[in-house]
Design a protein around this ligand. Structure first.
Ligand SMILES: [Mg+2]
Length: 127
């Protein structure tokens, strides 16, 4: 696998770092890590940057992860880039909505590097 460019979307800067660390502990070689604190910021980044993988929180101010997915599709941004949602135990309905909106999978908080690996690696075969 080549070194991958990833976008991590979460309103918590601490959580963004935790996700990045988990990806590295899962064995992913990250060449670039872009960060966004909302769907709005993430869409703006995707207009300028190409990435191989997107991990996104669902609950965020300004634009949540579900609307971010819908806007990506509406604008045809990164149509071939897998998006994995990172969510909490209490948001079953959100998970179903995210999958319906085009997410390739989800990871529940709190997560282990092994869970991240299991969810993410199968999506990166073509990278
Ligand atoms: Mg959040």
């Amino acid at each position: 696998m080549n070194r991958i460019r990833t976008l991590i979307v979460d309103d918590s800067s601490v959580m963004r770092k935790i996700v990045e660390r988990a990806l590295r502990q899962a064995g992913l070689e990250l060449s670039t890590v872009l960060e966004a604190a909302s769907g709005v910021e993430a869409l703006d980044l995707l207009h300028r940057e190409q990435v191989d993988l997107i991990l996104s929180d669902i609950n965020m101010p300004h634009m949540d992860g579900l609307e971010f997915l819908r806007q990506m599709q509406a604008r045809n941004l990164a149509p071939d880039t897998p998006v994995v949602m990172i969510t909490t135990e209490s948001s079953e309905e959100h998970v179903r909505e995210a999958i319906a909106a085009g997410a390739m999978g989800y990871i529940r908080k709190p997560f282990t590097p092994e869970q991240v690996k299991d969810r993410v690696l199968p999506l990166l075969d073509a990278v």
